[in-house]
Design a protein around this ligand. Structure first.
Ligand SMILES: [Zn+2]
Ligand SMILES: [Zn+2]
Length: 176
């Protein structure tokens, strides 16, 4: 795997957010945001009520970034880094070894997510690994699949789509 743990964590959490924007929206309450924050082991200031709407609003941007071509993603990434005044530095905290933070812990959560995602995407683009992002194979789903597995075995964006595909395959067998 060519990516460092902080890059993988940033990509996984941002893809989760991008997919949460699709119907049915799965990030609608402060509890949803709080759960997301803990599940993805964010550091820095905990979200407040004001963060919910801001995080909800960046989701279409994240979705577009993961759907972009390699060349198309570059201006999106550069745009975020410039707009947010990203300033990369090496940090070490808790039991997490040296990694990069390019924003500060007191910035609004949505801004931290944008910067972390853009920094992670600089790794993806330089490694020419945009093919790690794919469209969910479920027909009517616009979800993003992030496949970091060696054999690229992931097909669906969520357990919901995985289960729906399994049910469809089961029904197809029944009707044979
Ligand atoms: Zn950190
Ligand atoms: Zn899907």
């Amino acid at each position: 795997m060519p990516f460092t743990p902080d890059t993988i964590a940033a990509l996984e959490s941002a893809v989760f957010l991008a997919n949460s924007w699709l119907e049915p929206d799965t990030l609608t309450t402060f509890d949803d945001l709080d759960t997301f924050f803990d599940a993805h082991e964010y550091t820095g200031d905990r979200p407040t009520a004001a963060d919910l709407e801001q995080v909800r609003e960046i989701r279409p941007r994240l979705h577009a970034l993961f759907k972009a071509t390699r060349d198309g993603a570059v201006p999106l990434v550069n745009g975020i880094l410039a707009e947010q005044g990203a300033l990369p530095r090496l940090v070490r905290h808790g039991d997490v070894d040296w990694h990069i933070h390019a924003t500060t812990d007191d910035r609004p959560l949505a801004e931290r997510i944008l910067v972390e995602t853009a920094m992670a995407m600089t790794d993806v683009i330089r490694a020419d690994e945009m093919s790690r992002f794919d469209r969910c194979e479920m027909d009517d789903c616009d979800g993003v699949v992030l496949d970091l597995s060696r054999n690229r075995s992931r097909k669906y964006c969520s357990t919901t789509c995985t289960n729906r595909a399994a049910q469809a395959a089961f029904r197809a067998r029944q009707s044979d």
